[in-house]
Ligand binder design. Sequence first.
Ligand code: ZN
Length: 334
Amino acid sequence: MIHRAAFVGLCLAFVASACSSGGEAPLPALGSVPGPTIESTTSTTSTTTTTLSFVERLPEPRSDVPGIVETSTGVMAAIVAPTADGLTIVTPCGEQTVVANARELGTKLVVLDPGHGGSEPGAVGEGGLREADLNLAVARAAAAVLESDGVSVALTRSTDMRLTLAARAAIAKAAGARAFVSIHHNAAPDGPSDNPGTEVWYQVDDPESRRLAGIIYEDVFTLMSGYDADWVADTDAGVKFRLNSRGTDYYGILRNSAGTPAAIAELAFISNPTEEQLLASSAVQRAEGAAVASAVERYLTTADAGSGFVDAYERVTPAGSGGSAKGCVDPPLD
Ligand SMILES: [Zn+2]
Protein backbone atom coordinates (compact mmCIF):
# COMPACT_ATOMS: atom_id res chain seq x y z
CA MET A 1 0.00 0.00 0.00
CA ILE A 2 2.82 2.36 0.80
CA HIS A 3 4.16 2.14 -2.70
CA ARG A 4 0.82 2.53 -4.39
CA ALA A 5 -0.06 5.52 -2.25
CA ALA A 6 3.33 7.03 -2.88
CA PHE A 7 2.85 6.73 -6.63
CA VAL A 8 -0.57 8.36 -6.45
CA GLY A 9 0.95 11.22 -4.52
CA LEU A 10 3.73 11.50 -7.05
CA CYS A 11 1.19 11.68 -9.86
CA LEU A 12 -0.77 14.43 -8.15
CA ALA A 13 2.40 16.38 -7.64
CA PHE A 14 2.96 16.44 -11.36
CA VAL A 15 0.29 16.28 -14.05
CA ALA A 16 -2.81 14.65 -12.66
CA SER A 17 -4.15 13.78 -16.09
CA ALA A 18 -0.93 12.01 -17.02
CA CYS A 19 -1.20 9.42 -14.29
CA SER A 20 -3.40 6.50 -13.45
CA SER A 21 -4.44 6.25 -9.87
CA GLY A 22 -6.41 3.72 -7.96
CA GLY A 23 -8.39 6.51 -6.41
CA GLU A 24 -9.59 4.51 -3.43
CA ALA A 25 -6.78 4.86 -0.93
CA PRO A 26 -6.61 8.06 1.12
CA LEU A 27 -4.35 10.44 -0.68
CA PRO A 28 -1.11 11.51 0.97
CA ALA A 29 -0.31 15.17 1.32
CA LEU A 30 0.76 16.82 -1.88
CA GLY A 31 4.48 16.92 -2.27
CA SER A 32 5.09 14.12 0.19
CA VAL A 33 7.12 12.39 -2.50
CA PRO A 34 9.14 15.15 -4.10
CA GLY A 35 10.32 14.52 -7.62
CA PRO A 36 13.72 15.48 -8.95
CA THR A 37 14.18 19.12 -9.71
CA ILE A 38 16.34 20.94 -12.17
CA GLU A 39 17.72 24.35 -11.57
CA SER A 40 18.08 26.85 -14.34
CA THR A 41 19.82 30.16 -13.95
CA THR A 42 18.33 32.94 -15.99
CA SER A 43 20.27 35.82 -17.51
CA THR A 44 19.47 37.81 -14.42
CA THR A 45 20.72 36.55 -11.09
CA SER A 46 17.47 34.82 -10.11
CA THR A 47 17.29 31.02 -9.95
CA THR A 48 14.08 29.12 -10.73
CA THR A 49 13.28 25.55 -9.85
CA THR A 50 11.21 23.50 -12.29
CA THR A 51 9.45 20.30 -11.32
CA LEU A 52 9.37 17.82 -14.16
CA SER A 53 6.01 16.42 -15.25
CA PHE A 54 5.43 12.67 -15.34
CA VAL A 55 5.90 12.53 -19.09
CA GLU A 56 9.06 14.64 -18.88
CA ARG A 57 10.51 12.17 -16.41
CA LEU A 58 10.12 9.24 -18.81
CA PRO A 59 13.30 7.98 -20.48
CA GLU A 60 13.50 7.71 -24.24
CA PRO A 61 13.43 4.33 -26.00
CA ARG A 62 16.86 3.20 -27.16
CA SER A 63 17.76 4.83 -30.45
CA ASP A 64 20.42 2.38 -31.68
CA VAL A 65 17.77 -0.10 -32.86
CA PRO A 66 16.02 -0.86 -36.17
CA GLY A 67 12.45 -0.43 -34.86
CA ILE A 68 9.36 -2.58 -35.27
CA VAL A 69 6.55 -2.92 -37.79
CA GLU A 70 2.94 -3.92 -37.99
CA THR A 71 2.59 -5.96 -41.17
CA SER A 72 -0.26 -5.34 -43.61
CA THR A 73 -1.85 -8.44 -42.06
CA GLY A 74 -1.77 -6.95 -38.55
CA VAL A 75 1.21 -8.86 -37.17
CA MET A 76 3.82 -7.15 -34.98
CA ALA A 77 7.43 -7.89 -35.94
CA ALA A 78 11.01 -6.80 -35.33
CA ILE A 79 12.86 -5.16 -38.20
CA VAL A 80 16.22 -6.76 -39.01
CA ALA A 81 17.26 -4.34 -41.75
CA PRO A 82 15.92 -2.44 -44.74
CA THR A 83 16.38 -4.11 -48.12
CA ALA A 84 15.87 -3.05 -51.72
CA ASP A 85 12.42 -4.67 -51.74
CA GLY A 86 11.16 -3.52 -48.35
CA LEU A 87 12.14 -4.63 -44.88
CA THR A 88 13.64 -7.83 -43.57
CA ILE A 89 11.68 -8.77 -40.44
CA VAL A 90 11.62 -11.56 -37.89
CA THR A 91 8.49 -13.64 -38.46
CA PRO A 92 6.29 -14.90 -35.59
CA CYS A 93 7.99 -18.30 -35.95
CA GLY A 94 11.44 -16.70 -35.71
CA GLU A 95 12.41 -16.89 -39.37
CA GLN A 96 13.49 -13.93 -41.48
CA THR A 97 11.51 -12.70 -44.48
CA VAL A 98 11.12 -9.55 -46.56
CA VAL A 99 7.85 -7.61 -46.47
CA ALA A 100 6.98 -4.77 -48.84
CA ASN A 101 3.88 -3.27 -47.22
CA ALA A 102 4.51 -3.16 -43.49
CA ARG A 103 3.82 -0.03 -41.45
CA GLU A 104 6.88 1.11 -39.53
CA LEU A 105 6.13 1.92 -35.89
CA GLY A 106 9.62 3.06 -34.92
CA THR A 107 10.68 2.61 -31.32
CA LYS A 108 8.55 2.02 -28.20
CA LEU A 109 9.38 2.71 -24.57
CA VAL A 110 7.57 -0.38 -23.32
CA VAL A 111 6.81 -3.77 -24.90
CA LEU A 112 4.23 -6.03 -23.28
CA ASP A 113 4.13 -9.71 -24.18
CA PRO A 114 0.87 -11.61 -23.70
CA GLY A 115 2.17 -15.13 -23.08
CA HIS A 116 1.19 -18.10 -25.30
CA GLY A 117 -1.37 -17.92 -28.16
CA GLY A 118 -2.58 -19.85 -31.20
CA SER A 119 -1.91 -23.56 -30.86
CA GLU A 120 -0.28 -22.90 -27.47
CA PRO A 121 -3.09 -21.82 -25.12
CA GLY A 122 -0.97 -22.02 -21.97
CA ALA A 123 -2.73 -23.16 -18.80
CA VAL A 124 -6.49 -23.70 -18.99
CA GLY A 125 -8.68 -23.34 -15.91
CA GLU A 126 -11.28 -25.87 -14.85
CA GLY A 127 -13.95 -23.41 -15.93
CA GLY A 128 -12.41 -23.18 -19.40
CA LEU A 129 -10.57 -19.86 -19.07
CA ARG A 130 -7.53 -20.01 -21.38
CA GLU A 131 -4.33 -18.40 -20.22
CA ALA A 132 -3.52 -17.07 -23.70
CA ASP A 133 -6.83 -15.15 -23.82
CA LEU A 134 -6.50 -13.88 -20.25
CA ASN A 135 -2.91 -12.74 -20.79
CA LEU A 136 -3.98 -10.82 -23.92
CA ALA A 137 -6.88 -9.12 -22.13
CA VAL A 138 -4.61 -8.02 -19.28
CA ALA A 139 -1.87 -6.85 -21.66
CA ARG A 140 -4.39 -4.82 -23.66
CA ALA A 141 -5.68 -3.22 -20.48
CA ALA A 142 -2.15 -2.37 -19.38
CA ALA A 143 -1.31 -0.93 -22.78
CA ALA A 144 -4.41 1.27 -22.73
CA VAL A 145 -3.38 2.78 -19.39
CA LEU A 146 0.20 3.31 -20.52
CA GLU A 147 -0.91 4.97 -23.75
CA SER A 148 -3.35 7.27 -22.02
CA ASP A 149 -0.57 8.27 -19.64
CA GLY A 150 1.74 9.16 -22.53
CA VAL A 151 3.95 6.04 -22.47
CA SER A 152 4.60 4.55 -25.91
CA VAL A 153 3.91 0.82 -25.88
CA ALA A 154 3.63 -2.16 -28.23
CA LEU A 155 2.22 -5.64 -27.73
CA THR A 156 4.00 -8.65 -29.19
CA ARG A 157 0.61 -9.96 -30.31
CA SER A 158 -2.87 -8.46 -30.42
CA THR A 159 -4.71 -11.59 -31.57
CA ASP A 160 -4.77 -15.28 -30.61
CA MET A 161 -1.66 -16.25 -32.58
CA ARG A 162 1.47 -18.25 -31.98
CA LEU A 163 4.87 -16.62 -31.54
CA THR A 164 8.22 -18.10 -30.61
CA LEU A 165 9.98 -16.75 -27.54
CA ALA A 166 12.78 -15.57 -29.83
CA ALA A 167 10.35 -13.56 -32.00
CA ARG A 168 8.78 -11.95 -28.91
CA ALA A 169 12.17 -10.94 -27.52
CA ALA A 170 13.26 -9.68 -30.95
CA ILE A 171 10.31 -7.26 -30.92
CA ALA A 172 11.31 -5.89 -27.52
CA LYS A 173 14.92 -5.42 -28.59
CA ALA A 174 14.14 -3.93 -32.02
CA ALA A 175 11.68 -1.53 -30.37
CA GLY A 176 14.43 -0.20 -28.11
CA ALA A 177 12.18 -0.87 -25.11
CA ARG A 178 13.34 0.20 -21.65
CA ALA A 179 10.99 -2.34 -20.08
CA PHE A 180 9.73 -5.67 -21.43
CA VAL A 181 7.07 -7.52 -19.47
CA SER A 182 5.80 -11.00 -20.36
CA ILE A 183 2.33 -11.44 -18.83
CA HIS A 184 1.29 -14.89 -17.62
CA HIS A 185 -1.00 -16.73 -15.20
CA ASN A 186 0.25 -19.70 -13.27
CA ALA A 187 -0.62 -23.38 -12.77
CA ALA A 188 0.59 -26.29 -10.63
CA PRO A 189 0.98 -24.53 -7.25
CA ASP A 190 2.64 -26.22 -4.28
CA GLY A 191 -0.48 -25.79 -2.14
CA PRO A 192 -2.88 -23.49 -0.28
CA SER A 193 -1.61 -20.11 0.87
CA ASP A 194 -2.76 -17.25 3.10
CA ASN A 195 -1.72 -14.79 0.39
CA PRO A 196 -1.86 -14.48 -3.40
CA GLY A 197 0.85 -16.57 -5.08
CA THR A 198 2.10 -13.86 -7.41
CA GLU A 199 5.54 -14.64 -8.88
CA VAL A 200 7.86 -12.49 -11.00
CA TRP A 201 11.02 -13.79 -12.67
CA TYR A 202 13.94 -11.54 -13.60
CA GLN A 203 17.18 -11.69 -15.60
CA VAL A 204 19.94 -12.81 -13.26
CA ASP A 205 22.59 -10.49 -14.64
CA ASP A 206 20.48 -7.32 -14.90
CA PRO A 207 19.86 -5.23 -11.75
CA GLU A 208 17.27 -3.19 -13.65
CA SER A 209 15.35 -6.35 -14.55
CA ARG A 210 15.39 -7.26 -10.86
CA ARG A 211 14.11 -3.82 -9.91
CA LEU A 212 11.37 -3.98 -12.58
CA ALA A 213 10.30 -7.40 -11.29
CA GLY A 214 10.26 -6.24 -7.67
CA ILE A 215 8.06 -3.25 -8.48
CA ILE A 216 5.65 -5.34 -10.56
CA TYR A 217 5.43 -7.78 -7.67
CA GLU A 218 4.54 -5.02 -5.21
CA ASP A 219 1.76 -3.55 -7.30
CA VAL A 220 0.26 -6.86 -8.44
CA PHE A 221 0.48 -8.49 -5.01
CA THR A 222 -1.14 -5.43 -3.42
CA LEU A 223 -3.94 -5.53 -5.98
CA MET A 224 -4.60 -9.26 -5.63
CA SER A 225 -4.51 -9.04 -1.82
CA GLY A 226 -7.58 -6.81 -2.05
CA TYR A 227 -9.63 -9.68 -3.49
CA ASP A 228 -11.09 -12.61 -1.63
CA ALA A 229 -10.05 -16.07 -2.87
CA ASP A 230 -8.82 -19.41 -1.56
CA TRP A 231 -5.28 -18.58 -2.61
CA VAL A 232 -2.68 -21.09 -3.69
CA ALA A 233 1.05 -20.55 -4.12
CA ASP A 234 4.46 -22.06 -4.63
CA THR A 235 6.46 -22.16 -1.42
CA ASP A 236 8.95 -19.77 -3.03
CA ALA A 237 6.37 -17.27 -4.26
CA GLY A 238 7.89 -13.85 -4.83
CA VAL A 239 10.53 -12.29 -7.06
CA LYS A 240 13.31 -14.59 -8.23
CA PHE A 241 15.56 -15.86 -11.01
CA ARG A 242 16.16 -19.32 -12.43
CA LEU A 243 19.30 -20.61 -14.14
CA ASN A 244 19.81 -23.31 -16.75
CA SER A 245 22.70 -25.78 -16.75
CA ARG A 246 24.88 -23.22 -18.54
CA GLY A 247 24.40 -20.71 -15.74
CA THR A 248 22.33 -18.26 -17.81
CA ASP A 249 18.64 -17.45 -17.53
CA TYR A 250 16.50 -20.57 -17.79
CA TYR A 251 13.50 -18.87 -19.36
CA GLY A 252 13.96 -18.13 -23.06
CA ILE A 253 12.02 -14.88 -22.97
CA LEU A 254 14.50 -13.50 -20.42
CA ARG A 255 17.58 -15.03 -22.04
CA ASN A 256 16.71 -13.88 -25.57
CA SER A 257 15.97 -10.33 -24.43
CA ALA A 258 19.28 -9.86 -22.59
CA GLY A 259 20.23 -6.19 -22.72
CA THR A 260 16.59 -5.13 -22.37
CA PRO A 261 15.32 -5.14 -18.75
CA ALA A 262 12.64 -7.84 -18.76
CA ALA A 263 10.36 -9.69 -16.36
CA ILE A 264 7.95 -12.61 -16.51
CA ALA A 265 4.93 -11.82 -14.35
CA GLU A 266 2.84 -14.78 -13.17
CA LEU A 267 0.02 -12.66 -11.79
CA ALA A 268 -2.17 -15.34 -10.18
CA PHE A 269 -3.12 -19.04 -10.52
CA ILE A 270 -5.58 -19.68 -13.35
CA SER A 271 -5.55 -23.37 -12.38
CA ASN A 272 -7.15 -22.54 -9.01
CA PRO A 273 -10.97 -22.44 -9.43
CA THR A 274 -11.58 -19.56 -7.03
CA GLU A 275 -8.85 -17.51 -8.66
CA GLU A 276 -10.11 -18.46 -12.11
CA GLN A 277 -13.52 -17.07 -11.17
CA LEU A 278 -11.90 -13.78 -10.26
CA LEU A 279 -9.72 -13.73 -13.36
CA ALA A 280 -12.70 -14.33 -15.66
CA SER A 281 -14.06 -10.91 -14.64
CA SER A 282 -13.23 -8.17 -17.11
CA ALA A 283 -13.05 -5.73 -14.19
CA VAL A 284 -10.34 -7.85 -12.55
CA GLN A 285 -8.52 -8.16 -15.89
CA ARG A 286 -8.55 -4.36 -16.23
CA ALA A 287 -7.35 -3.98 -12.64
CA GLU A 288 -4.48 -6.40 -13.28
CA GLY A 289 -3.58 -4.42 -16.39
CA ALA A 290 -3.67 -1.17 -14.45
CA ALA A 291 -1.40 -2.66 -11.77
CA VAL A 292 1.13 -3.78 -14.37
CA ALA A 293 0.98 -0.37 -16.04
CA SER A 294 1.44 1.54 -12.78
CA ALA A 295 4.38 -0.68 -11.90
CA VAL A 296 6.05 -0.09 -15.25
CA GLU A 297 5.50 3.66 -14.91
CA ARG A 298 6.96 3.63 -11.41
CA TYR A 299 9.95 1.62 -12.65
CA LEU A 300 10.55 4.11 -15.48
CA THR A 301 10.23 7.27 -13.40
CA THR A 302 11.59 6.41 -9.94
CA ALA A 303 14.59 4.67 -8.40
CA ASP A 304 12.32 2.40 -6.30
CA ALA A 305 14.05 -0.90 -5.56
CA GLY A 306 11.02 -3.20 -5.49
CA SER A 307 10.57 -5.96 -2.93
CA GLY A 308 9.44 -9.55 -2.48
CA PHE A 309 12.80 -11.06 -3.45
CA VAL A 310 13.25 -14.75 -2.60
CA ASP A 311 15.63 -17.58 -3.42
CA ALA A 312 13.91 -19.89 -5.88
CA TYR A 313 14.07 -23.57 -5.03
CA GLU A 314 15.63 -26.00 -7.48
CA ARG A 315 13.15 -26.97 -10.20
CA VAL A 316 13.86 -30.17 -12.06
CA THR A 317 10.79 -30.25 -14.30
CA PRO A 318 11.18 -28.30 -17.52
CA ALA A 319 8.75 -25.39 -17.86
CA GLY A 320 7.28 -26.93 -21.01
CA SER A 321 5.33 -23.80 -21.77
CA GLY A 322 6.06 -23.81 -25.51
CA GLY A 323 7.47 -20.94 -27.46
CA SER A 324 9.82 -22.96 -29.66
CA ALA A 325 9.80 -22.93 -33.46
CA LYS A 326 8.84 -26.62 -33.60
CA GLY A 327 5.55 -26.98 -35.45
CA CYS A 328 5.20 -23.22 -35.78
CA VAL A 329 3.51 -22.03 -38.98
CA ASP A 330 3.81 -18.37 -39.93
CA PRO A 331 0.62 -16.49 -40.88
CA PRO A 332 0.47 -14.40 -44.08
CA LEU A 333 2.68 -11.34 -43.53
CA ASP A 334 2.38 -9.30 -46.72
ZN1 ZN B 1 2.15 -18.91 -19.11
